[in-house]
Design a protein around this ligand. Structure first.
Ligand code: 6PG
Ligand code: NI
Length: 183
């Protein structure tokens, strides 16, 4: 059995997996490369904890995890996850936010984009064939829980090469969605 710190975004128990992404790990994720270069490479951007009770390729199995995105910006762009399609394209996922405010960016395989506002209690269904990225547009950590198919896998390469259809930037302090000019 696992124990959740629901609002703190932590999982306690045996076999919990953890990763964190710092500025140094996220080259070419943000548009403003000069701003990225000028930042402390050790700055934490987000961390993930998840449980993997079955093998990664277990058809029908489920994973459960939490992501904490720190508040911050690279240039005008808010801190965000790398974003991905699932390697098995038809695999869906649920996200639910418990702390903070942000945006869930979604994009289908024809690069048609949409977004959903994330606030405590918002529940988001990410259908298959849909890339997903979360942007923290607030002043506090954005914490959301997720449940996904254990054989979903991650395709980061497509987003690395082609980017998302939109980016979220601070415009006079408020978040604004702008079409991407480059990956
Ligand atoms: C998944 C989930 C989720 C995601 C994290 C970090 O499929 O595993 O969507 O756990 O991995 O929020 O985002 P990135 O994987 O895009 O870096
Ligand atoms: Ni996912």
């Amino acid at each position: 059995m696992m124990e959740l710190d629901w609002l703190g975004g932590k999982i306690a128990g045996e076999g919990v997996l953890r990763l964190s992404k710092k500025i140094r790990d996220l080259e070419d994720v943000f548009e403003d490369h000069a701003a990225w270069t000028s930042m402390d490479p050790e700055t934490l951007v987000y961390s993930v904890e998840w449980t993997q009770p079955t093998a990664q390729d277990n058809e029908g199995g489920l994973f459960w995890g939490v992501t904490v995105i720190e508040p911050g910006r690279v240039g005008e762009e808010f801190f965000m996850t790398r974003g991905h399609f699932h390697a098995k394209r038809d695999r869906g996922e649920y996200y639910t936010a418990v702390q903070g405010t942000g945006m869930l960016l979604l994009m289908d395989e024809s690069r048609s984009g949409r977004w959903e506002q994330m606030t405590p209690g918002s529940l988001h269904y990410i259908p298959g064939h849909t890339a997903h990225r979360v942007v923290n547009t607030g002043q506090d950590p954005l914490i959301f829980w997720a449940c996904w198919a254990s054989d979903a896998g991650h395709d980061y390469g497509t987003i690395q090469r082609e980017g998302f259809s939109h980016r979220v930037i601070a415009s006079e302090g408020s978040p604004r969605l702008v079409p991407s000019t480059q990956p």
